[in-house]
Design a protein around this ligand. Structure first.
Ligand SMILES: Cc1cc2nc3c(=O)[nH]c(=O)nc-3n(C[C@H](O)[C@H](O)[C@H](O)COP(=O)(O)O)c2cc1C
Length: 340
């Protein structure tokens, strides 16, 4: 089984976790993760090859596990609520069927045929036979969980490690079901509860700002800290210019958890869009993600942060700019862990 370094760079879909970022983190002795979510299997294969061109070290690939179809009946009303925004940005909101499974089957075939060292799952657990195929292919398997019951289910399914995601985390909460309201117990409570409940190595994620925060989760029983937001401003991250600027702007003073952009709860900077639409947004993923996609793209093109999803964890004020290799080395050094 492939081990994880004490500092793990979180998979970040939407182009943030580039192969260059993953390679830089690995070079510095951390464990980098590519994000497979939203990508076709072919695009994911290209990114895996790009990491392999750059480093030999172990790295991970994260997949979004497709959920049951739900919430379709509420999507039409949300489309109507977004009509003024669509008109403002001159975009047309889709009216076709927006549910899909993120090319899941093809990505599984890819990772079974051409295995990577570590595979992690978000938004649920794969079927037993899919887990078995990936295990036989030789990958270390990680399930992301947000509660003790999810942790117990993941351990029973036989994954090798758990990634416990606390409510401070930037981006999507990894709850197994779309309609679930994610728990609010802070990582400092959730982590020891999970460590007590399951006999699996645990990676801790959510709001870790620096190496001292990593050291704290290691002391609490985790084998590693997983950080996303801490890498958003690094040179190699694919974070958009609009997103980068917002992370350091006075204007954006807090984060909120919202379904407004995707139909699943996710933490990002509070902006006009989260204020206007957070309350009305239905539990319908990935339908809402696809519904808002042209709006978010148009707003990003216009450099208008008020209608873009600005994913960020609660520690975003501590995100450090510069080369990811230097950021990773600093995190490892401050954590007191030697690295891989
Ligand atoms: C921009 C962004 C994108 C993310 N995308 C993913 C993803 O594709 N898959 C995933 O498992 N987690 C994703 N996450 C969540 C991270 O895995 C992790 O839980 C989170 O970054 C930890 O909290 P932090 O951001 O405070 O460090 C994302 C987080 C951010 C900030």
């Amino acid at each position: 089984m492939e081990g994880l370094a004490p500092v793990v760079q979180a998979p970040m879909a939407g182009g943030v976790a580039t192969p260059e970022l993953v390679a830089a983190v690995c070079r510095a002795g951390g464990t980098g993760f590519l994000a497979g979510g939203y990508l076709t299997a072919d695009a994911l294969a290209g990114r895996i090859a790009a990491v392999r061109q750059r480093v030999d070290s172990p790295f991970g690939v994260n997949l979004f596990v497709p959920g049951e179809r739900a919430g379709d009946e509420a999507v039409g009303a949300y489309r109507a609520a977004l009509a003024p925004e669509a008109a403002r940005f001159g975009v047309t909101l889709r009216t076709d069927d927006l549910y899909e499974r993120d090319d899941w089957e093809a990505k599984l075939r890819l990772l079974v045929a051409a295995p990577v060292p570590i595979v992690s799952f978000t938004f649920g657990l794969p079927a037993a036979e899919d887990l078995a195929s990936l295990r036989e292919a030789g990958s270390t398997l990680v399930a992301t969980v947000t509660s003790v019951p999810e942790a117990v289910a993941a351990a029973e399914a036989g994954v090798d490690l758990l990634c416990v995601q606390g409510p401070e985390a930037g981006g999507h909460r990894a709850t197994f079901r779309v309609a679930d309201t994610p728990g609010e117990a802070p990582l400092a409570e959730l982590l020891p509860a999970v460590v007590r409940a399951v006999r699996k190595p645990v990676v801790a994620a959510g709001g870790l700002r620096d190496g001292r925060d990593v050291a704290a989760v290691l002391r609490a029983g985790a084998v590693a800290g997983q950080l996303g937001t801490a890498f958003l401003l690094t040179d190699e991250a694919g974070t958009s210019a609009t997103h980068r600027a917002a992370l350091t702007a006075e204007r954006f003073g807090e984060t909120v958890v919202t379904r407004a952009f995707s139909g699943r709860p996710a933490r990002g900077l509070r902006n006009a869009f989260t204020d206007a639409h957070g309350a009305a947004a239905p539990s319908a993923y990935p339908q809402v993600h696809h519904l808002t996609a042209p709006l978010r793209a148009a707003a990003a093109r216009a450099g208008e942060p008020e209608a873009v999803s600005l994913w960020a964890g609660t520690g975003y004020r501590s995100a450090r700019p510069g080369p990811a290799e230097a950021v990773t080395r600093a995190l490892l050094g401050e954590s007191g862990a030697s690295g891989g």
